[in-house]
Design a protein around this ligand. Structure first.
Ligand code: NAD
Length: 285
């Protein structure tokens, strides 16, 4: 897979972060989003990151960046060897995208689903080629973590898993392959951790900063749960808990009222400039 072309569908937080990592690794990337503004903004972000990387010493001996094509239609992904889907965490939207993608892609193309919690099997079975689908739960930002949670369904072919693992190697990533159950490993644990942390700020037990400080200093976490929440996006967290609730029941998974209020108010974290913390351009609080 040397002259690999990778498609990225969804150009939000994850899609643009992925496109940055792919082009930085010298991989030709075709980026598509149904929202023209989102794809144009992502195109600018990736191009700016690529310019910066070329100027930095760290990339001095790296190869040239991969070409980025911002596509106006899903059909422009027809030549891709592998596509990573990163649209909103809504099972029905994802299903529609996979049905449409399936009709566009060439035989032998691998389709990786980047999802926080949606089981991959259900999406795979909505297509005519369930064997080419595999889950790839990337961390955010993509460049910051060496690990990817890979999800194999009962229908995933060995060649599809190999195709994804080969791409991950080119990105310098390791993977752990897990079974296809809603939330997989990370988010079945992480989502209620974040939700409970939000609830205790709401209850006045501690401030967001104090909560995060405790987890960093006492348990050695790299970031606390609420800074992580801002990075993920409060809307994505609520959608993910909705998916978990639909699979495991409301007794186990219900978003805290604090998270719902923030989502309603558009306080979505880093991407809107305000969440548990305030952000001004490029500033880390
Ligand atoms: N944010 C995170 O930290 C994180 C981490 C790992 C995985 N994920 C998962 O990755 C996926 C994307 O998350 P995100 O944070 O980038 O969300 P986001 O809201 O930032 O971006 C989603 C993008 O999907 C686009 N979209 C919606 N419907 C579409 C369609 N029909 N066709 C093409 N594009 C469409 C939207 O316009 C938007 O730009 C979700 O499934 C999420 O659970 C998120």
């Amino acid at each position: 897979m040397n002259d690999l072309t990778v498609g990225v569908v969804g150009a939000g937080v994850m899609g643009s972060s992925l496109a940055q990592s792919l082009t930085a690794a010298g991989i030709g990337t075709v980026l598509y989003d149904s929202d023209p503004q989102a794809r144009t903004a992502a195109g600018f972000r990736v191009a700016a990151a690529s310019r910066l990387a070329r100027l930095s010493a760290a990339r001095a001996d790296a190869g040239p960046p991969g070409r980025l094509t911002v596509a106006d239609a899903l059909t422009e992904l027809s030549g891709c060897d592998l596509v990573i889907e990163n649209v909103v965490e809504d099972p029905e939207v994802k299903r529609q995208v996979h049905v449409a993608l399936d009709a566009v892609l060439k035989p032998g193309a691998v389709v990786a689903v980047n999802t926080s919690a949606v089981p991959v099997s259900g999406l795979a079975l909505a297509t005519d080629h369930p064997e080419r689908m595999v889950g790839a739960h990337f961390m955010n930002p993509v460049a910051a973590s060496v690990m990817v949670e890979v999800v194999r369904t009962p229908y995933t072919a060995a060649w599809a898993l190999r195709g994804l693992e080969e791409l991950l190697r080119r990105l310098g990533k390791e993977s752990v392959v897990v079974d296809d159950q809603a939330g997989f490993v990370i988010n079945r644990c992480l989502m209620m951790f974040i939700s409970e942390a939000a609830a205790l700020v709401d209850d006045g037990v501690a401030t967001a900063r104090e909560v995060d400080r405790l987890f960093r200093a006492c348990l050695g976490h790299r970031t606390g749960p609420l800074r992580t929440a801002d990075l993920i996006g409060i809307d994505t967290i609520v959608h993910t808990i909705d998916v978990l609730r639909d699979h495991y029941g409301p007794e186990r998974f219900t978003p805290s009222p604090a998270l719902l209020r923030m989502a309603d108010a558009g306080r979505l974290g880093r991407k809107t400039g305000e969440g548990f913390y305030h952000y001004s351009d490029g500033e880390t609080p």
